[in-house]
Design a protein around this ligand. Structure first.
Ligand SMILES: [Mn+2]
Length: 267
């Protein structure tokens, strides 16, 4: 068996748990096209050649449909990567996929924190009757104790229910209005990073299902990823919706975020 790459991409072309618009199922293909494009090189700003042999592999896509078994396949797919000693980088898909990914991550990592970038907390107990909506994954993760610590960054849509949920689960919420460029996040535990692209201002990433103005810049997000003091053992980049992007920019932004994440995950 060929040795696994240090980091391995896994696509989940799934958007059936989206509450508003479909489209994130188109994202893995669009982001891979940007990653593989001859128009850019594979080097991250951190000095890592993500196209060098052994650095960044691709396990293809999970067969994603709207059945409940889909979550089991995502969990099994991530567990299979972890068993091969490679760190998973999962491409959504909508944010509902993060819950089964974390079930697999937690089985492998008894100590684990989550650093979550998003305009939304995704802490709804249920949304429109669906407990597995893309508005709910972090409520499920906290209920099951799948992380020791959840740090959410870029939040700008808090309502009363979500404030209550954040308090109940002791989530560390850093709202976008309080963004501090000088802050570097630090963790004692290994960290899983979840990036919902709607953390970015829609000016930088219009191709998302829930555009929320007043977000961070690409540079601010990259800086936060580059400066976090932690061992990053897994990650996802979710909610890219190519169908909502008239200029086709957002998959390129996602690819840039992926390259910088890979650079942090090989060290
Ligand atoms: Mn979001």
């Amino acid at each position: 068996m060929v040795a696994a790459a240090r980091v391995t991409l896994l696509g989940v072309a799934y958007d059936a748990s989206s509450s508003h618009r479909r489209g994130p199922a188109l994202a893995p293909r669009a982001i891979r096209e940007a990653l593989d494009s001859g128009a850019v090189n594979g080097w991250s700003e951190m000095g890592c050649d993500t196209r060098a042999p052994g650095v960044f592999g691709d396990a293809g896509d999970i067969a994603a449909d709207a059945s409940p078994e889909m979550r089991e396949r995502v969990e099994a797919g991530v567990a299979a990567l972890l068993a091969r000693e490679t760190r998973p980088l999962v491409l959504g898909g909508d944010h509902s996929i993060t819950y089964p990914v974390l079930r697999a991550m937690r089985s492998r990592h008894p100590r684990l924190a989550i650093l979550h970038f998003d305009a939304h907390t995704d802490l709804y107990d249920e949304f429109e009757g669906d407990r597995h909506s893309h508005a709910c994954p972090f409520a499920r993760i906290m209920e099951e104790g799948l992380t020791d610590r959840l740090v959410q960054v870029g939040i700008r849509t808090l309502n009363a229910h979500q404030r209550e949920q954040a308090k109940r689960f002791r989530v560390e919420v850093h709202e976008m209005k309080d963004w501090d460029d000088a802050r570097a996040f630090a963790f004692e535990q290994p960290v899983y990073v979840s990036v919902d692209l709607d953390v970015l201002d829609p000016a930088f990433a219009p191709g998302v299902s829930h555009r929320e103005p007043g977000g961070c810049s690409v540079r601010q997000l990259l800086r936060a990823l580059q400066t976090v003091r932690a061992r990053i053992v897994g990650a996802d980049v979710v909610e890219c919706n190519p169908a909502q992007d008239p200029v086709g920019l957002t998959p390129w932004v996602a690819a840039k975020v992926v390259r910088e994440l890979v650079a942090r995950m090989v060290d």
